[in-house]
Design a protein around this ligand. Sequence first.
Ligand code: 16G
Ligand code: ZN
Length: 532
Amino acid sequence: MAQFEEVSKQSSQHPKPAGLVLQYGTAGFRTNAKHLDHIMFRMGLLATLRSKKTKATIGVMVTASHNPEEDNGVKLIDPMGEMVTPAWEGYATQLANAEQGDLLTALKDIIEKESINMSQEANVFVGKDTRSSSASLSQAVLDGVSALGGHSKDYGLVTTPQLHYMVCCQNTQGKYGEATIEGYYRKLCQAFIHLSVQQASNCTDDQKHLSVDGANGIGALKVREMESHLRRELQISLFNDGSKGKLNHQCGADFVKVQQKPPTGININPGERCCSFDGDADRIVYYYTDSDGQFHLLDGDKIATLISTFLKELLTQAGLDLKIAVVQTAYANGSSTHYLEDTMKVIVRCTKTGVKHLHHAAQEFDIGVYFEANGHGTVLFSKVAEEKIQQLAEDPNMNDERKRAARLLQNTINVINQTVGDAISDMLLIEAILAIRGMTVQQWDAIYSDLPNRQLKVKVSDRRVIDTTDAERRAVSPAGLQEAIDTLVKKHRLARSFVRPSGTEDVVRVYAEAETQESADSLAHEVSLAVY
Ligand code: 16G
Ligand code: ZN
């Protein structure tokens, strides 16, 4: 077939280095950018097949998120804006690793297994982050799409969540919003402004001010683009905007969370609210320093608590009986889980690490708030929940308090990007909640106190010998490891610890928390010795 001849011809422009093996992991393919050209071309091919199969638009995002500038990566986005389904992650790995001469066989194998109708049209949306390698790598994706006769739309520089949003808008015929960057800003910012006018009357200009660390990446560019839509309801000082510093270098959400200190390149005055995005703006963490210069981090757990408390109060005020849950991972600080379960009385679920697991679990509730401690998360509303909220907001016979709460819920839905965690959308939601409640960052921080904790990585000869269960909270192999961890944990007060093989690096991760920092540190150290 002519189609396959074109694939053959074009793939010779994007040859695979013989013997190179890469795997589609938790966050897609991710490695040094110089190894990725053939992967990108092949992901263009695969996205085209996925589009034919689903009869819908598929997204391909070129980014390596919080990794160093030299790296790059690629992720596929399914029709509703969610991560590509697991079976196709497997195909991605097969296609990526087929040697140059076997590419067509590997391609035809997928077509056959999935009974793909090759005469079906295909549409692929492509986006990229600000890495210097992203331009040529996203061109390789576009080449792959055109080699199989698919149509593509190149969104150029966008955040990862913006591309997820575009794909969802396109496949819902605009019901979720308009599939343009302008449309995205308009929807989110309008909802934010509607929420902000509800703010406590004592909200000062100081409270409308926020310092943002853009990690020298795409998020910074997009915050600049968005600013005019905010009509000074939020006044942003942008740092690490990419004009001087290097992407993710000593800045960004991952740096701040792991190092537990402010990024370089930001002016931070005591008590002032700051936040950091990661390199593709799908993660956010907040922080401030107090008058003693001590640093306070408000991570994904604090964000989930703030949002779920706000939503639960609105549900009560609106008199709506909707089931709300918070989804966390094993990394969630024990204090947050206790607070949510015991004080807030909300359902808490724990899943394996990786956004797709949390997203999936959150879909089981009327309202599912999911956040990883590292700041990646969003809120999902079921169709039923959205309908009930809308009915109430529009009910002419309803009393004012219930209606006001329903309208706040409606605008909250609109400010949220439900397709995936989104630093910009999360930031607007958090800012709106703080304004409405007239709450300072210190008051937010004081909702509960984090247990001191420590994370370590351990290099082992083969991390796959560690197998876990119970959402990665217990090790089932190697034999004896869990018993050893249990014994060590018993030596510390309020302690908890687990180990898991990383899905993105060749290491085993160790997490420990305990009543004091010394105790958490020594427990993490002891457990890491038990892993050897
Ligand atoms: C990926 C995941 C992130 C997770 C991290 C864990 C997505 C989009 N990203 O970056 O959610 O926290 O992996 O990495 O799912 P690890 O397995 O190396 O600890
Ligand atoms: Zn990211």
